[in-house]
Design a binder for this molecule. Structure first.
Ligand SMILES: N[C@@H](CCC(=O)N[C@@H](CS)C(=O)NCC(=O)O)C(=O)O
Length: 230
């Protein structure tokens, strides 16, 4: 049985887009799995998600999906042409390398999001750690966002950049059931993990308000979330 190590379901689902991507992938591909709370200190790359399968540990959603495809087959993407795979790759990277950072900003830096996010994800910490740890990690995330570049922009610019990606996803989806057609592909694991995290998270950010204006994305997030139910 595959074990998915993730952060936990602080939002009723995993607040990490990458962990929710992995869970969505496993469900859409039909692989049986169990979820356990992961420990960053024990994770090979100090990040989650990680899976364990037959004693083998695999880290990073991209390498996990490669591993699962090699071992169990490729029910989601196996039928795609080379051009369709290239298209999928580009959209996936847009979510994971661009839109991701606006999500991170909306939770860790923007005070509106932080006030709600912090107690939800750090609520499990005992006593004084609940007060001490969140600002330390918040400062570390700010350094990362500064190095990566997002924090060089104003709040309005950061949300405007995020909305370009959300608007592009809405245009891609159109009136289809899934991002690339009638059947789910691995792009829906990423897009689902991202859009559920934007639209269903209890944080009233400009990104959520902007995404909610796209009725097709709201219905899509509901549809993918339905697939996550056991
Ligand atoms: N490229 C990785 C990214 C994973 C990732 O960024 N995970 C974040 C949570 S969304 C994490 O573990 N952050 C903790 C840290 O970097 O200290 C993947 O595809 O799995």
């Amino acid at each position: 049985m595959i074990t998915l190590y993730h952060f936990g379901d602080a939002f009723g689902f995993d607040p990490s887009p990458f962990c929710l991507k992995m869970e969505t992938y496993l469900r859409l591909a039909g692989h049986p799995f169990q979820k356990k709370r992961g420990d960053l200190r024990k994770s090979p790359k100090r990040q989650l998600p990680v899976i364990e399968d037959d004693g083998r540990i695999v880290a990073d959603s991209r390498f996990i999906i490669d591993y699962l495809k090699a071992k169990y087959g490729d029910p989601l993407d196996g039928h795609l042409t080379a051009a369709e795979r290239a298209n999928l790759h580009a959209w996936q990277r847009m979510c994971e390398e661009s839109l991701y950072w606006t999500i991170v900003y909306s939770r860790w830096i923007d005070d509106t999001g932080w006030k709600v996010f912090s107690p939800l994800v750090f609520g499990f910490l005992p006593g004084p750690l609940k007060v001490l740890v969140p600002p330390l990690i918040r400062r570390r995330v700010a350094r990362t966002l500064n190095g990566q570049g997002t924090l060089r922009h104003s709040r309005d610019e950061i949300y405007a950049l995020g909305m370009r990606d959300v608007d592009a996803l809405a245009a891609l989806l159109g009136d289809r059931s899934f991002m690339l057609g009638d059947k789910p592909t691995s792009l829906d694991a990423t897009a689902g993990g991202w859009l559920i995290n934007i639209l269903h998270a209890p944080l009233e950010t400009p990104l959520k308000a902007g995404a909610a204006k796209h009725a097709n994305l709201a219905a899509y997030a509901d549809r993918i979330r339905e697939r996550l139910k056991v």
